[in-house]
Ligand binder design. Sequence first.
Ligand code: ADP
Ligand code: ADP
Ligand code: ZN
Length: 214
Amino acid sequence: MKIIMLGAPGAGKGTQAKKIAEKYQIPHISTGDIFRANIKGGTELGMKAKAFMDQGQLVPDEITIGMLMDRIKEDDCKNGYVLDGFPRTIPQAESLTKALADLGDKIDYAINVDVPDEAIVTRMSGRRACLKCGATYHIKYNAPKTEGICDTCGEKLVLRDDDKPETVQKRLTVYHEQTQPLIDYYKNEGCLAEVDGTKDLDVVFQDIVAILGE
Ligand code: ADP
Ligand code: ADP
Ligand code: ZN
């Protein structure tokens, strides 16, 4: 099964993608996590990406598309994957559609997690991230067992540099301009599904399972 998560920054794509990956035994591929791992590792790709990410801008397609295409060619992607944070632009979506079509393949579901902008800013200020394993928490809605520590790997949790309110506003503007058009793109492709992301996170997951099947 090949799945794409659509939705604004902070809509809950990562949270749901992790649950999907676990239930359906497919890899969770987050382009944001790949960039952050590169920044942490001090690679050239990481340094290039950081300059854009810190401004709340998208990393250019020339960098992002190649990186994602390499990732989905890896062995663990044979039975599918859940993409979180890719595609984010029409050219990214078109590249993915074409690469899959060349293999006689396609995306099965593009799930749009719908959350209005007002709710996003509160969510982001309470988000805490594990930069080691990619887990995300919320100080109120999804707190870790021990404050400030990742349940899964024990790493210290951080408030991401780009989760400050000013940068979140910028990311929302970029989302509406460049990413929201993908909802219509996947509607036309015939694989769009929508869930109400303002519900409790377990309810959102149940709604997703109802779409994907048990
Ligand atoms: P969020 O989960 O809050 O939406 P991500 O971790 O997905 O954030 O992305 C963080 C940042 O990484 C983005 O603001 C952007 O700068 C960069 N990024 C991630 N995925 C992409 C992509 N597909 N295209 C361009 N930039 C990306
Ligand atoms: P995205 O990957 O779309 O940027 P995340 O999955 O990281 O979003 O979620 C953003 C923040 O909101 C995190 O702190 C997360 O714990 C919290 N969150 C996710 N889903 C919900 C929900 N349904 N209700 C309340 N908070 C949520
Ligand atoms: Zn962790």
